[in-house]
Write a protein that binds this ligand. Sequence first.
Ligand code: ZN
Ligand code: ZN
Length: 177
Amino acid sequence: MIIDKQTRPCIIPPLSRRIFLKHTTDQTIHTASQRLRRAGYRVTQQRLAVYAFLDGNRSHPTVEDIHAGVKEDFPRMSIATVYKSVESLVDVGLVKPIHLGHAATRFDATTEDHAHFRCITCNEITDVPMGEVPAPGNGLDRHEIIGSSVEFYGFCTRCRRHKLGLAPEEPQAQKLG
Ligand SMILES: [Zn+2]
Ligand SMILES: [Zn+2]
């Protein structure tokens, strides 16, 4: 009988190496686990998978993008779980939210100060190095500032060329992890 294999209790494999080692080191996962644990969060495979997906990911994905990204390794993970995982990662400072008015919030695991360039046509967000964080002027003395964001916006290369009726550039070799 081969039923044996199917009736085994479902045990989550240790640090589901397939997803984590694509682009994330053990050390990164270890540090993330510690931060979560210290803040009182349960360190679950799902939470770590969400972090592993965001770590080194430059596309500034939405919760839906993250959900689609971790589905292969966690087919039963709900979007609500992704949402809660991201919330905990934001809470412990591993991930930064990028609020875009009415559009869905995007997430960024690059937490060092940097600016963004957002294409107003396709909504692509690109990281831009930033030398100095701009200091606020007068008038905020009774407010509590918890962060800042600098956004440049306009047309990305692709959309700009499209707008001008130019042929698309040769696709560049992309690093996908
Ligand atoms: Zn664009
Ligand atoms: Zn960014």
